[in-house]
Design a protein around this ligand. Structure first.
Ligand SMILES: *[C@@H]1O[C@H](CO)[C@@H](O)[C@H](O)[C@H]1NC(C)=O
Length: 128
């Protein structure tokens, strides 16, 4: 390949990457509970609610002289052991002990029969 072609290809590649990065995750209500005085501006003056949310930011125009479009807080998650036996995802092997299971960082509940006793956590968003 000649140098010119490599140049063109890398420009195309970078353009494709930046398009991907635009698909931002929508912040949760919890992440948008930011006290007005801690709000960090996320948009430009006059940004609409839709544009703001599309940029992955939070919108709240109830306080006039604070940013309406602001950066969300980091998502807080916690790990829980799922309740339903039927939704367990096996993390061990038949006969695994509690110790072996917990060393793998998994949940252990030695009941009922016929489902994994050592199973993976789920992550849920923490309450705020
Ligand atoms: C906007 O912010 C105010 C002040 O923090 C809060 O009381 C209100 O519930 C918020 N509104 C929405 C729709 O989140």
């Amino acid at each position: 390949m000649d140098l010119k072609l490599i140049c063109v290809l890398s420009v195309v590649f970078v353009a494709a990457l930046s398009t991907l990065a635009e698909g931002k995750e929508v912040p949760s209500k919890c992440q948008c509970k930011v006290p007005p005085r801690e709000r960090k501006n996320c948009g430009y003056p006059g940004i609409t609610e839709e544009e703001c949310r599309n940029a992955g930011c939070c919108f709240n125009n109830s306080i006039r002289n604070k940013p309406w479009c602001f950066a969300p807080k980091e998502k807080k998650v916690r790990r829980v052991c799922p309740d339903g036996a039927h939704i367990r995802v096996n993390c061990g092997f038949p006969g695994i002990t509690r110790n072996e299971c917990e060393r793998k960082g998994c949940c252990f509940r030695p009941h009922p029969a016929g489902v994994p006793w050592c199973f993976y956590h789920r992550t849920v968003e923490a309450v705020c």
